[in-house]
Design a protein around this ligand. Sequence first.
Ligand code: GLU
Length: 429
Amino acid sequence: MAELVQRYLDDLVAEYAGVSDGALADYIPELTQVDPSGFGLTLSSSDGFLYESGDARTEFTIQSISKPFTYALALDQVGEDAVDAKIGVEPSGEAFNEISVDDKTKTPKNPMINAGAIASVALVPAAGPDERFAKIRDFYSACASRPLEFDEDVYRSEKATGSRNRAIAYMLDSFGVLADDPDEVLDVYFRQCSLRVTSADLARMGATLARGGVNPQTGRRVTSTRVVQRTLSVMVTCGMYNAAGDWVSAVGMPAKSGVGGGIVAVLPGQLGIGVYSPLLDGRGNSVRGVLVCRSLSERLGLHFLTVGRESRSTIRAIHEPVERVRVYELHGDLMFAGAERVARIVDREADEFDVAIVDVTRIDTINDAARALLAGMSADLGAGGKRGFVVDPDRIVIRPDRGYDDVVFGTVDDAVVSAQRVLRANPIG
Ligand code: GLU
């Protein structure tokens, strides 16, 4: 049931709560003022349902997680050719704040390092810095489903100490990459980095990318699938500072981290994940954020190179052969996201039945996460005074040695007969 997913998240947060490795970013002095123990995790399904755990509503500055979103906005507004003329898409292998451009093109190597991010800001068409910032903020807010606020203190702190970014902006200006005044562009960049988000916002923003540019909560299309595809591509190759290779191998989701302690991760078509924990490792990524994402990916089978064929409509049919007995026929491939959707629908309809029969006869492939969710449903329904049966002739969900023999049936008819027996023994009301 939905609580099972919730429990997954709560258990993960509890598991890593004691990890206190890492350090707060200190090159922006104001960032040393945050509570180092903050720890929030949010997962958004592709239809916008949120699971939140820990400090999921604690605000922190978005910092570099802003980069893919401003890049997406620039692509959306001026198109790929104009963006590609100013920003490359190659991983740089250099520090995020390296004062460098590509040897040949004299443009930033990619939009996830500061040089590329500052160039992205300048590409957003606007009459002046205020309008440009308003457009950027509106775009992020449309992805997050709420108006994002701005952190004046962090902004001032970064502006007062941002010599390195100033050097980058002036270098870009000297190569003709910025069409506008470098100080004005930089000011907007500092402002965008100082927008405040929560892990829930990041999960929603991630889910908007997961849905190809449609915010699942508001139903609004904020950009095109083409823009999202390009944005996710650079997140895969360059999103995690110099740990992009490790990240893709171990976690396998397009992602972006920021020195404020946030990470957004996206499983295309399926999920958006937001994590917050401000203690950073040597590469600038949140220590607990990386641990949590690794575990989520492993335990729920989320690596994007293994989760191939998730059927969009996992539930083939729902019917009620006898009163208060509801049959859910599943089909296709069942991975975590599909099983989560089934669990949630059964959960939502639980008032309308006494026995739920989940028929997995037509499932082609199932993974451990989906198996655990479906098996757990039966126990959870029992705890809520209902019964949950599984029609599983090949025992793909509940293996024969698990001691659930009384809830597993070979055919729907057998399950219905048993359900009627249960109802006769315990008449409703
Ligand atoms: N505002 C920060 C900077 O430009 C963002 C860095 C980051 O999160 O990587 O230095």
